[in-house]
Design a protein around this ligand. Structure first.
Ligand SMILES: [Zn+2]
Length: 74
């Protein structure tokens, strides 16, 4: 069964396999059909299709701000 990861911009996540540079800490820089990740150590960027991201995801290190509806104008 496929797990759906609630991924947000600015989340920092750990994946099942570390990056070849040795770090395993990824900053989420893009949300869409593909998830954009940036290695927190070497700055390398990757794009993972969401289905692949769901499989690779291990845990959150830090959560980004929750998305919330726009406040009505004052
Ligand atoms: Zn790296």
């Amino acid at each position: 069964m496929m797990r759906l990861v609630d991924v947000r911009l600015d989340d920092v996540v750990r994946l099942r396999k570390p990056h070849p540079c040795g770090a395993n800490e990824w900053l989420v820089v893009r949300i869409g059909a593909d998830i954009g990740l940036k290695c927190a150590f070497c700055g390398h960027r990757v794009l993972l299709p969401r289905s692949k991201f769901n499989k690779s995801f291990k845990e959150y290190i830090r959560r980004g701000a929750p998305s919330r509806p726009e406040l009505p104008p004052a």
